[in-house]
Design a protein around this ligand. Structure first.
Ligand code: AMP
Length: 300
């Protein structure tokens, strides 16, 4: 029996070379999948890559971009200390059967004279948009650039960054981009904490406190399952679950799962609502969410 072999993905730095590789694959009849990341890859990212492979088949081209995008970080955020470990990331991509890693430089993605930005107005305004006002403009801009280079493809994202997933789905639709955007379930640690490249910033004591996040999300799912539909009561379950464990709450919000608008209370029976939170533990900002009214096996 032939065992699958792990081959090292090609590493491409130049945007035009990335475009050429994707064009060439499609010209040869291969489908293309793109998994945009900022690197420091973990099992959550690998799950996206494996799903991308399933979508394009064994002959498809699975490309992962690794780019710490400067325009999505605010002036006091962690851009300069965000982990950069390209060699290790390429090795991790090899284990997931990735064909190509696109690792551009900031100057490559934002050449001299660059002045175009993509703004998704309403989806980007609430939640993370309040405290990170330029964040989604940076995300939308870089993802649009990546889609423009990749051409027709499947773009694979995680729902852990739920608002980002909604913003990217909408920009692809609004700009008629030839990209199918898919959002995959959150991959979690055994105790339920969502995997994140930022978890490494947590001290052991802070890591222990962080389990309050999935515990609070489970509590609100339980309360919803037992019939609670009052928005205030559901939000209260989460604030009480987090109290004493987190150092500050950026937001706890219940929003329409598609449009991110404020839902009616009590929640109508057909509502799909996302309960999303952003908190700080120590200096580390963590986000998480669960969609009420939808099976969430990652928390059950
Ligand atoms: P990042 O490198 O953090 O920008 O994330 C790159 C992609 O991986 C985004 O689509 C994220 O939503 C996704 N992602 C990050 N963490 C997880 C996770 N724990 N489970 C699933 N997807 C994730």
């Amino acid at each position: 029996m032939d065992l699958p072999t792990e081959s090292t993905p090609a590493v491409i730095h130049a945007p035009e070379a990335f475009r050429a590789a994707c064009d060439q694959a499609r010209a040869g009849g291969r489908r293309v999948a793109l998994v945009p990341t900022m690197g420091a890859l973990h099992a959550g990212h690998l799950a996206l890559m494996e799903d991308a492979r399933r979508r394009v088949g064994p002959d498809g081209l699975v490309a992962v971009s690794v780019f710490v995008n400067p325009t999505q970080f605010g002036p006091s955020e962690d851009f300069s200390r965000y982990p950069r470990e390209l060699d290790a990331d390429v090795a991790r991509c090899a284990t997931a059967g990735v064909d190509l890693v696109f690792a551009p430089s900031p100057r490559g993605m934002y050449p001299d004279g660059d002045q175009t930005r993509v703004r998704v107005a309403e989806l980007a305004a609430p939640m993370c948009g309040v405290t990170r006002p330029m964040h989604f403009e940076g995300v939308a801009t870089v993802v649009t650039k990546l889609f423009a280079l990749a051409g027709p493809c499947v773009g694979v994202f995680g729902r852990k960054d739920y608002q980002q997933y909604r913003v990217i789905s909408r920009l692809a639709r609004d700009l008629f981009l030839p990209v199918e955007v898919v959002g995959l379930p959150t991959v979690r640690e055994p105790d339920g904490l969502a995997l994140s490249s930022r978890n490494r910033y947590l001290s052991p004591a802070d890591r222990a406190r962080a389990t309050a996040i999935p515990t609070a999300l489970r509590a609100v799912r339980d309360r919803y399952a037992r019939g609670e539909r009052s928005v205030i009561a559901l939000l209260d379950v989460v604030s009480q679950g987090l109290a004493g464990s987190v150092d500050s709450v950026d937001y706890i919000e219940l929003r329409d799962a598609s449009e991110l608008t404020v839902p009616l209370t009590p929640l109508p029976s057909e509502a799909r609502a996302v309960l999303a939170i952003a908190v700080k533990i120590g200096q580390t900002r963590l986000i998480d969410n669960t969609v009420l009214g939808e099976v969430d096996v990652t928390l059950d």
